[in-house]
Design a protein around this ligand. Structure first.
Ligand code: SIN
Length: 335
């Protein structure tokens, strides 16, 4: 039986954007349409939520997260910030596709100024699939967002009974429910049917301590990601510069390395005033300055621990504040 919410329960605002968690299969096929169900329908499918929190819902977008973009990020961040400013709101849950969840989560981690929990949640299986993972993920996400112990830990991502820091997590598998991994600094905790087990808090600056805010970040500069490979030429780097990119993130091979033509193109981009950041396509490890590449001589920055897609988010925000490469490099060691 669904339980009736009581006014003493914490109030959580759910901001919905779509994704597979709201997906419906097309009949007789493995295919499905993301963002087919409204947030009202998703919440109604989990009556146990009423025992955890009073929910207020808002449909921000209805998209697969492959269509997530800066306009939706800014709307989402604005609505999250407004919700968190309300004294009666304990935390915010964002329903989101898993494909780009790590980027949205990291963006919110940098611009939302609040100690209150912000929790992103999605699913790998559409809502109509056998053993859909969305309902338990949503239940756990609300439990985390409603819990005072989750405050001050930055933006979190809940999936598959795990709690991840948005900064640390990456989607690592195309289809499996255990797709999210936090390889560098580990999990934020576990959540078992709504019971939280929190580990150490994050060490990098985030949310309430961030220098970024959504008000200042209302027009994000263009930053492109380029993927390195054996035999890479310079043409794509040149094209990105010619198309007006103010920043480039290169997903370099190994330790963020690039071959001679690509490095020459990056050096030319720097001479044109473009900020170039070396990250790695490996999915793990730290890209340090001046190992095989002479970053000091070429004027390049390194992403340090951030994967290319998160390095892009930080560079976009960084460029709203400064074009000074030394200041921007310091941001990669700070956030
Ligand atoms: C999406 O990111 O919207 C599709 C994939 C998913 O949600 O798991």
């Amino acid at each position: 039986m669904p339980s009736t919410p009581t006014p003493t329960l914490p109030c959580v605002r759910v901001l919905a954007t779509g994704g597979t968690i709201a997906g419906a299969q097309t009949s007789g096929s493995r295919g499905y349409q993301a963002a087919a169900f409204s947030i009202d329908t998703l919440v109604a499918a989990v009556p146990q939520l009423a025992a955890l929190a009073r929910l207020e819902v808002e449909q921000i977008a209805a998209i697969g997260s492959q269509d997530m973009d800066e306009a939706v990020w800014l709307k989402l961040a604005t609505r999250a910030q407004a919700a968190l400013a309300e004294p009666g709101i304990a935390g915010v849950v964002v329903t989101h596709g898993t494909d780009t969840m790590e980027e949205t989560g990291y963006f919110l981690n940098l611009v939302v100024r609040s100690e209150k929990p912000v929790v992103l949640v999605g699913a790998m299986r559409p809502a109509t699939e056998i053993s859909a993972d969305g309902p338990m993920n949503l239940y756990n996400a609300v439990a985390v967002a409603a819990h005072p112990a989750a405050r001050g830990r930055g933006v979190l991502i809940v999936a598959n009974d795990e709690i991840h820091f948005a900064r640390e997590v990456a989607k690592t598998n195309t289809t499996q429910v255990g797709t999210f991994k936090s390889t560098h600094r580990g999990l934020a905790g576990l959540v078992n049917a709504g019971r939280l087990h929190l580990y150490a808090p994050p060490v990098r600056r985030h949310t309430a301590a961030s220098e970024f805010s959504v008000g200042e970040a209302n027009a994000l500069p263009r930053v492109s990601i380029l993927y390195a490979y054996a035999g890479m030429g310079r043409e794509l780097i040149d094209a990105a510069v010619q198309s007006g990119a103010r920043g480039l993130v290169v997903a370099g091979v190994g330790d963020g390395n690039l071959n001679a033509p690509a490095l020459a193109a990056c050096a030319d981009a720097v001479r044109h005033g473009v900020i170039v950041v070396r990250s790695s396509r490996t999915g793990g490890g730290v890209v340090e300055r001046n190992i095989e590449v002479d970053d000091d001589r070429l004027g390049l920055l390194v992403a340090e621990e951030l994967n290319p897609q998160k390095a892009r988010v930080l560079l976009m925000l960084g460029l709203t504040r400064t074009a000074d490469p030394r200041v921007l490099q310091e941001m990669f060691f700070t956030y």
